[in-house]
Design a protein around this ligand. Structure first.
Ligand code: PMP
Length: 371
């Protein structure tokens, strides 16, 4: 018999958290509604719709005979390839079990209960989770047109501030920060305040007004840029991301990370993905076309959306989105409700293949008419 209320023993910040809600897995929906997995379209987790690149599958095959061995805990080959590609020293790179791991490592290494961590309203859900897990105080700053209000975020800096999260582009809004805005902001942040610039979707950005975080590392040793292989590189299942920062920050992250935080198949796959330029180009092309298709479809239905530079679109239904989400599920279409992000009227849909986007648009239209 359990007599102890263990949740009451958890740190106060943890007690106040709600668990991260992932996109509903296809298998789960199939079970719940008696649907066939092949009849289900999942556009709920900003995943790459292309399927894995053949080069990645080959690299994984080649790594299989070594499964009994621990992976290279320093990720030598992948770090070398990243360093060459990004023009940074290998000592600036930290590999993570997804970029979420990097977000957690930097928080654990630098932030404690005496600190405040700043991020924007409607920003990625992992920021409050990692902040509250270390007992720090989360400071969420009101957004401007759904995006980060950097002047307001700079104004929120106090003596207790130790870290600021910025997502560019942001999930779930798709909003982005332009170069001049970021530059003005970085110049205002005290050196003892870490800026974590989360560029999970940067490979999808095709305009030159959005800054490349790498350009600011030399000038700002308090900057950490995080990136991932989960999105445009198509490796979400394998969990591999990386941080780029000053070597000192990387050193601190390296001290708190688990010795083998990135597995060997992920290391091999990421290395192959990095060299597969054609896959990346195709990812961008499919995304560009699909984004246009979704916007055109929404416009035809009289719906508005938040302009996005990611691989997803937050659509404003002009009414509570939860029932529409449920109705879409019953038709085998999984998207993402974002009420937990303070956006009860929006649905976030990931850009899929043309036929997946069409299925979503058709079912949405049908649901909106009948509801
Ligand atoms: N940052 C943002 C803004 C994201 O949307 C995501 C994925 N949902 C991540 C980081 C983390 O992705 P991963 O851990 O797969 O790299």
């Amino acid at each position: 018999v359990m007599t102890c209320d263990f949740l009451a023993l958890a740190r106060p910040g943890v007690q106040k958290l709600s668990p991260y809600v992932p996109g509903k897995p296809v298998e789960e929906l199939a079970r719940e509604f008696g649907l066939r997995p092949q009849d289900i379209v999942k556009l709920a987790s900003n995943e790459n719709p292309l399927g894995p690149s053949p080069a990645v599958k080959k690299a994984i095959e080649a790594a299989l005979p070594e499964l009994t061995r621990y992976p290279d805990g320093n990720g030598f080959a992948l770090k070398q390839a990243l360093a060459t590609k990004l023009g940074v020293p290998t000592a600036s790179i930290t590999l993570g079990n997804g970029s979420n791991d990097i977000l957690e490592l930097v928080t654990r290494a630098f932030v404690g209960p005496e600190h405040e961590v700043i991020f924007s309203d409607h920003a990625f859900a992992v920021y409050p989770i990692v902040t509250q897990a270390v007992g720090a105080t989360a400071v969420s700053v009101p957004a401007k047109d759904w995006g980060h209000d950097l002047p307001a975020m700079a104004a929120a800096i106090s003596d207790a501030t130790r870290m600021i999260f910025i997502a560019n582009p942001n999930n779930p809004t798709g909003t982005w920060i332009e170069r001049v805005e970021l530059e003005a902001f970085l110049a205002q942040v005290p050196e003892t305040v870490m800026v974590v610039l989360d560029e999970a979707y940067t490979e999808y950005v095709e305009t030159d007004d959005v800054p490349n975080g790498m350009d600011y590392l030399a000038q700002y040793p308090n900057l950490l840029v995080s990136r991932t292989f989960s999105k445009a590189y198509g490796l979400a299942a394998l969990r591999v991301g990386y941080g780029v920062s000053s070597p000192q920050i990387a050193d601190a992250l390296n001290r708190v990370r688990q010795p083998f935080n990135v597995n060997s198949l992920a290391l091999a796959a990421a290395l192959a993905a990095l060299q597969d330029e054609a896959y990346l180009i195709e990812s961008r092309r499919i995304n560009r076309l699909g984004m246009q298709q979704l916007e055109d479809g929404c416009a035809l239905m009289g719906l508005s959306w938040i302009p996005s530079r990611g691989n997803f679109l937050a659509i404003d239904l002009g009414r509570e989105a939860a029932p529409v989400f449920q109705a879409l599920l019953r038709e085998g279409v999984i998207v993402r409700p974002v009420a937990n992000y303070g956006m009860p009227n929006h649905l976030r849909v990931t850009v899929g293949l043309p036929e997946e986007n069409q299925r979503f648009l058709d079912v949405l239209k049908q649901v909106l008419i009948s509801g």
